[in-house]
Design a protein around this ligand. Structure first.
Ligand SMILES: [Zn+2]
Length: 353
């Protein structure tokens, strides 16, 4: 779900917890705030899980992906460091399988309610319709009209079907978390922030008093969260939404907030990291603008301009939809225009003043 940030001098972030907990172990971040990690079957091999002390047990933030390995690490935790601990709430930050995958399983196992955003809950149910023939056909046509070959479009169009295997069935009900709501967990009060771009209405929890931000995947060290156009909203502007969310965090949160992210290490340096991510995306917009200046290019032809390494089908679907996110941003800004030929093939040309 993520891509390494390239081409920049890394900004200096501070890591108050340089060691991360091993699978099946727990690390204390603050009194009443715990962290663990659950394995993922990808190059990014783990997701961070947090626990917040509640009045009647512990609230858990995120759940992991549905694999036998992840479930066995959870069982190891319940038999070991979490023994005797009650899970009071299951909070899910967003609908990606590495975060929501075991929510249904955990809610049932712990008899706990699910709290998440409306978009996470509904979006997850929507993706579960992925096997529908009309959707597969739409996805195939979408990739084809942007210049992908039949062969690659055929593989990429059914990537979403993997989701069903990796996400346990959600509980029938949930409690909605909405931007600006206050959520009390134990003695702490959290303000809900929702950020778009990486996933719709991704939930973040901010405790102003203690300068703590559960940031999910909105900001991570070293890796730039994937920002993708979703084939159901082909002209969407997720990069615009993402950049807006970065600016909001920069202006609302203090310099020294402790960021507790969905992957890799907790860090201090939110504003610097937001600025760096913004610069990273601007650089990629520049590359597209330069490439489309002389000859119009399809989105598929622009993928290797942004992603120079060889990509498998899974990586190709993310690389393609991320490339399109940059193109759609430039179209919104009036810096690039869309051309459609008689066969319906879409290309983009830089607008010259
Ligand atoms: Zn993630």
């Amino acid at each position: 779900m993520v891509e390494k940030t390239g081409g920049h001098e890394a900004v200096v972030l501070r890591f108050p917890f340089p060691e991360v907990p091993a699978y099946g172990e727990i690390m204390e971040i603050r009194d009443g705030i715990l962290m663990t990690r659950i394995p993922l079957p990808y190059r990014l091999d783990h997701v961070n899980i947090y626990f917040i002390r509640d009045t009647n047990g512990w609230a858990v933030v995120d759940t992991g992906i549905r694999t036998d390995e992840a479930i066995s690490v959870w069982e190891q935790l319940f038999a070991g460091p979490l023994k005797g601990m009650t899970i009071s709430k299951v909070i899910v930050t967003h609908l990606h399988p590495d975060h929501i995958g075991l929510a249904g399983w955990l809610c049932e196992r712990c008899d706990a309610p699910l709290l998440t955003s409306y978009s996470s809950f509904m979006g997850s149910l929507y993706i579960s319709l992925g096997g529908r023939e009309s959707l597969t056909r739409h996805n195939f046509d979408f990739y084809r009209c942007h210049g992908m070959t039949d062969e690659i479009a055929g593989v990429v169009a059914i990537q979403g079907n993997e989701y069903l295997r990796r996400v346990a069935e959600l509980p029938p009900t949930f409690q909605r978390l909405l931007q600006s709501d206050l959520l009390e967990i134990g003695t702490r009060t959290f303000r809900i922030y929702t950020g778009d771009g990486h996933a719709p209405e991704q939930v973040m929890l901010y405790c102003e008093e203690e300068k703590l931000l559960f940031a999910a995947d909105q900001v991570l060290e070293q890796i730039s969260p994937n920002v993708s156009v979703f084939p159901g909203e082909p002209n969407g502007d997720p990069l615009g939404h993402y950049l807006r969310s970065l600016r909001l965090m920069q202006s609302h949160m203090p310099e020294d907030v402790l960021v507790l992210p969905g992957h890799r290490r907790p860090f201090i340096g939110l504003r610097e990291r937001c600025a760096e991510l913004e610069a990273h995306h601007e650089e990629r917009c520049d590359l597209i603008r330069d490439t489309c200046r002389t000859t119009p290019q399809s989105a598929a032809a622009l993928v290797p301009v942004l992603f120079t390494r060889k990509l498998d089908a899974h990586q190709m679907s993310f690389a393609f939809t991320e490339t399109l996110a940059h193109i759609n941003r430039l179209v919104r800004r009036g810096e690039v225009e869309q051309l459609v030929d008689a066969e319906g093939l879409i290309t983009y040309r830089t607008v010259t003043a």
